[in-house]
Design a protein around this ligand. Structure first.
Ligand SMILES: [Zn+2]
Length: 202
């Protein structure tokens, strides 16, 4: 097999992408050798992404660099005292498509997981504390996954606010399957789980 450094180098970059193993990484690399005109488009798209897309300074959801805080955080018609804590951008999309929520979000960027080496320092919990003051009444909806890690993260977040009497915590209604990741729950089920959310007393 011919060893070409450029091929190795691109395949190595592809293999860093989620769900891409070494074979798929090589397949994608070969695809570009056969489709060189597409390389320019990909480079442009990635550059645009790097230059124009960012995370919201307040909730860490995805946003355009020119709109920060994001559209949800800056929408005066949304309830800023209701914060739905989710793991990922995709979860925000899922909740939005359920059409049942008019509060704000806080995107953690993951859940605490010893298996994946993710500690509380790696998710945006400190910023959540910064968003909540002790003078207003808040509802924090803990919408992390119904997994061990999701539950542990919800419990951990609640414990951070043990001195706050002005916050009520809720979790999505039961009826969602164990192990469920919000991203894969259909919007009607998610909408029902959100409307029927229950007080969370971990
Ligand atoms: Zn935001």
């Amino acid at each position: 097999m011919v060893k070409i450094a450029e091929i190795d180098s691109l395949a190595k970059e592809f293999s860093k992408l989620p769900s891409i193993g070494p074979k798929s990484a090589l397949r994608l690399t070969y695809f570009y050798i056969n489709n060189k005109p597409l390389i320019g488009n990909m480079v442009n798209a990635l550059n645009n992404l790097m230059n124009n897309v960012d995370k919201c300074n307040v909730c860490h959801n995805i946003t355009s660099k020119s709109v920060n805080p994001c559209l949800y955080c800056s929408d005066i018609n949304r309830n800023k005292y209701q914060i739905c804590v989710v793991e990922s951008f995709q979860d925000v999309d899922s909740i939005e498509s359920s059409g049942t929520y008019n509060g704000c979000y806080h995107v953690l960027g993951g859940v605490i997981s010893s298996l994946n080496n993710i500690s509380y320092d790696d998710i945006y919990v400190t910023d959540l504390i910064r968003r909540v003051n002790k003078n207003d009444t808040f509802e924090i909806i803990l919408a992390t996954s119904f997994t061990l890690e999701g539950d542990a993260t919800a419990m951990y977040i609640k414990s951070l606010f043990k001195d706050y009497s002005n916050i009520s915590f809720s979790r999505l209604a039961s009826g969602l399957p164990r192990g469920a990741n919000l991203e894969y729950i259909d919007e009607n089920t998610l909408g029902r789980a959100l409307s029927g959310r229950v007080q969370y007393d971990s």
